[in-house]
Design a protein around this ligand. Structure first.
Ligand code: 5GP
Length: 189
């Protein structure tokens, strides 16, 4: 077995593809994997905690942080802005462990430009129909935001070829195992 090298992993995929659940599962089995907390201007959903799920910022606070050059990337996703704080990445990389950024496709491609060794992983739903059902089941969307998320999903799917790895989230257990295998494989070469 070769040496284990810390890697910067970027995970994206359509909203509702199950990224969050998958990443949480993977981290249970790979506790040393760091995860950055992004900043966003969207409101917290039920159960979301500031500083844990996101740093929830006002529009003005977000703009001030852009001005101050605090983001390594940020993007407008759906109706809101989301960004990765440089401080979060530095904090994690300082521990010498691999790190996951769970960000949208625009952000992922920006990170790849800046960190060419980053490994881009796309989490894909089995179909857009399944995605629609999952988003409805989650109950967090109005019909307008549901359509917006499905529309974004379609355009994100067109960018999947720019990713280094694609994992189809057809079955949570199977996809978790595949994702863990992908992460280990990259850490070992
Ligand atoms: P949600 O509102 O469902 O939590 O996230 C919506 C989208 O924003 C997801 O595709 C998620 O990956 C993306 N996102 C979350 N944090 C960031 C970030 O820091 N940067 C970028 N570019 N996208 C993000």
């Amino acid at each position: 077995m070769g040496l284990i090298e810390p890697k910067l992993f970027v995970i994206s995929g359509p909203s509702g593809a199950g990224k969050g659940t998958l990443v949480a599962r993977v981290r249970e089995q790979m506790p040393n994997l760091g995860l950055t907390v992004s900043a966003t201007t969207r409101a917290p959903r039920a159960g979301e905690v500031d500083g844990v799920n996101y740093y929830f910022l006002t529009d003005d606070e977000f703009s001030a942080r852009i001005e101050a050059g605090e983001f390594i990337e940020w993007a407008q996703v759906h109706d809101h802005r989301y960004g990765t704080l440089a401080s979060e990445v530095e904090r994690n990389l300082a521990t010498g462990q691999s790190l996951i950024l769970e960000i949208d496709v625009q952000g992922a491609l920006a990170v790849k430009e800046r960190f060419p060794h980053a490994v881009l992983i796309f989490i894909e739903p089995p179909s857009l129909e399944v995605l629609r059902e999952r988003l409805i089941g989650r109950g967090s969307e109005t019909s307008e935001s549901l359509e917006l998320r499905l529309h974004t999903a379609e355009s994100e799917m067109h960018l999947r070829d720019r990713y280094d790895e694609i994992v189809v989230n057809d079955d949570l257990d199977r996809a978790t195992e595949e994702l863990i295998a992908v992460l280990h494989r990259h850490e070992r070469n």
